[in-house]
Design a protein around this ligand. Sequence first.
Ligand code: CP3
Length: 343
Amino acid sequence: MAHTKKLLRSLAGETQTVPPVWMMRQAGRYLPEYRATRAKAGDFLSLCYNPELAAEVTLQPIRRYAFDAAILFADILLVPQALGADLWFVTGEGPRLSTITNAEGFAKLKRADDIHDHLAPVYETVKILARELPKDIALIGFAGAPWTVATYMIAGQGTPDQAPAHKLRIENPAVFDALMDRITQATIAYLLMQIEAGAEVVKIFDSWAGSLKGEAFTKYALQPTKAIITALKAKYPHIPVIAFPREAGDGYIGFAKATGADCVALDNSVSADWAAANVQIDGCVQGNLAPRHMVTGGQDLIDETKRIVKAFSGGPHIFNLGHGITPDANPDNVQVMLDAIRG
Ligand code: CP3
């Protein structure tokens, strides 16, 4: 069946004169209505686990900008929490988790199929969205990739170089591999439930893939993503998957073919011309405007947006930023970007 939703048409391989567009972190702190709803929920995690309010913040950027896709409001760190890790957010700093550094810590984790009671509110959010989204807007579910999730579970917070995770994978590969496998299995179970609840596309965020090089990239970024996609496709072959091995560089080449992803999301460290020649030749790509343009605006934003649209105009493309929009972004600049894309 031919798709009518713009996002699904690009994911099915169609080249469109005006690409579909959405933004990473489109529901977020740069929007006053998001901040108001978060205050109503109490804090960020309470918002994630409140289906009515999580659906509301998912819909806010759709109402304001008519993006072509809505992304479920949740966080990649809800999976570690469902596996039994403590999780909290320090305002102005970011996430904190209890750490896993040895076999004793690993042994305390729950089994991969024991996560669903904890995550039930997320599935409820997806159900509300599947019901309430405008008919032409696609619904994206998501999860973190095992390596990125593992870096937070091992270090207990974000780290500039992911050193604690690299140390564990080298010094205690048995525990590290067991942890990667547990996260992989939980992520498959989690994404299958999102699809059953109504997600039409899923995205796998490997935000720290860039610190894996050579064989380690293949083993800990490419292989786990492939395992997840293979399991999802076995049950739902028609649900497209977007993979985001952020800052993979040359690792973007062939990533879609090797993993079975329908689309590769590009960060803004690679040029659009390079990516069109080396990555888009295999199919749909997403990206890759630098998020800082949403802060700085002006003619630079318009020129750069048009340059990216043109660079990817020869094949299937979903316009997006190269990473999440930041809290200091000016909401007016988002409209400037949309006008430059849609004309
Ligand atoms: O994109 C969306 O609008 C959907 C919701 C979404 C959030 N986080 C909400 C969020 C998605 C898809 C994510 C993914 C996520 N979460 C990633 C992968 C993508 C990336 O940005 O690289 C990662 C690494 C996380 C973990 C995480 N969550 C961090 C490191 C932080 C703190 C840093 C920050 O940006 O605040 C969060 C918090 C978070 N997740 C916020 C939002 C809207 C801000 C929390 C707040 O409102 O105070």
